[in-house]
Design a protein around this ligand. Structure first.
Ligand SMILES: Cc1ncc(COP(=O)(O)O)c(C=O)c1O
Length: 418
């Protein structure tokens, strides 16, 4: 088949499946275990069948209707080029920005789209302008490793003391609250901190609102990293209680790759300078970013991705993903040959999880285990190595992952550990 014919055929297949999907009815509890519904959701995606892919945390697969919209937008941009970019893109960007602001329940002026969470983060820390001598900054080993390095860089660059805390590799909400409380007490000069909503190491959900309240009492600026959390769990900005947050839409919201966001609550902008050369003003976060030439079609697809996400329902997605986490962690809780990382109960769990063979802390040991799961059992996962407790295997299903795949993982681990 010629490329163009294959392309057209895939469009037909995608639009057919797009018509078959209805929003779920019933309580979240009912929808979570409605296997027929989740099978229909599975049919909304172009699934790779050769491997059980439990490494869905890198970025999110677009659902077929979203992918189709992205193809259509890409074709339009490629056909109209500067005509589109100069005459129409600003309205589409505005619509995408508004859709994100609505979803997070914030004002449009408080959120701006970026190309990824990292762009949002780098702009925040490099443009932060409220350090005084003796100030300190704080981060943790559960933070995204590259951001830990960037916080260390910030500390050296601005000559402020940098403190990294090592959090428990697993625990409940109280364990993490106490760890942060202790850090605040031991370091009264903290001015700025990074707080990760869902850790990319093992999927642990941090009690952000409670930690942010403690931070606020001490006048600490909090950058909340929601790169991995938005769409994996369901929340709006009010649930976090933070002034600043960074997001990805290309993970769990299911947009094309190349879309992030920066949120800054109105009234908090003066501590962060505008992007070099951008207009002055503290009422609209868009001057803290310089988007430059980007993938226009990715931004144009944001409303399509949010529509698809909302059609399933954020709460349904969150609960289903946590159910998938329970499906492999529960059968393994009594297996003393392994350590399960992250959440110790559903209260601070997301769909993402982690484990390793007991005492096998090195990257090499975990890499060997990852390879064994892949080669012997056809299960793809990834090794993470950012925690002070050592490496672990991260396990991340998606909403289209069948429960049977999680059970296969549990069986494989039981087999490996004898
Ligand atoms: C917690 C967390 N923060 C930040 C990032 C960086 O995201 P991006 O590379 O899209 O900027 C990731 C990516 O996996 C992440 O999991």
């Amino acid at each position: 088949m010629k490329y163009s014919a294959a392309f057209a055929a895939s469009f037909t297949a995608l639009s057919l499946s797009a018509q078959q999907f209805e929003s779920p009815v019933g309580s979240v509890e009912t929808v979570t275990k409605d296997e027929a519904f989740w099978q229909k959701i599975r049919e909304q995606y172009d699934i790779q069948k050769e491997i059980i892919n439990l490494e869905q945390g890198y970025w999110g697969k677009m659902a077929n209707p979203v992918q189709q919209a992205f193809f259509d937008h890409t074709r339009r941009v490629n056909r109209e080029m500067s005509w589109y970019a100069r005459k129409h893109f600003s309205q589409d960007l505005h619509a995408a920005r508004e859709a994100v602001a609505d979803a997070l329940k914030v004002k449009k002026e408080e959120v701006m789209l970026t190309r990824n969470a990292t762009e949002s983060f780098v702009d925040l820390i490099t443009q932060f302008d409220d350090f005084s001598s003796g100030d300190e900054i704080l981060w943790a080993d559960t933070d995204y490793p590259a951001y830990q390095d960037m916080m260390a860089w910030l500390s050296a660059d601005r000559k402020v003391k940098g403190t990294k805390i090592n959090l428990p590799a697993y625990g409940d909400e109280q364990d993490y609250l106490e760890a942060y409380q202790q850090a605040f007490e031991q370091h009264p000069d903290i001015k700025l901190m990074l707080l990760t909503h869902v850790s990319n190491q093992h999927g642990l959900v941090m009690p952000v609102r409670k930690i942010a309240e403690m931070a606020k009492e001490r006048g600490i600026y909090v950058i909340c990293d929601c790169a991995q959390s938005w769409g994996l769990i369901d929340f709006t900005i009010d649930d976090l209680g933070v002034d600043w947050a960074i997001f990805n839409l290309h993970k769990w919201i299911g947009s094309p790759v190349g879309v992030g966001a920066l949120y800054m609550r109105q009234g908090t902008l003066s501590a962060v300078r505008p992007f070099p050369g951008e207009d002055a003003g503290d009422s609209d976060v868009s001057n803290r970013i310089h988007l430059a030439t980007s993938n226009f079609a990715s931004f144009m697809t944001v409303p399509d991705a949010l529509n698809f996400h909302n059609k399933i329902g954020g709460k349904n997605k969150e609960a289903r993903l946590r159910y998938l986490w329970e499906s492999w962690t529960r059968p393994l809780r009594d297996n003393t040959a392994i350590e399960i990382f992250g959440a110790t109960s559903s209260t601070n769990a997301s769909g993402m999880g982690g484990f390793r063979l007991a005492g096998k802390t090195s990257y090499e040991e975990n890499a060997a285990l990852q390879l064994q799961l892949e080669k012997e059992f056809g299960i793809f996962t990834v090794v993470r190595k950012g925690l002070s407790a050592g490496s672990n295997i991260r396990v991340t299903p998606q909403i289209f992952t069948p429960v049977a795949h999680m059970q296969k993982l549990a069986e494989a681990i039981n087999k490996i550990t004898g």
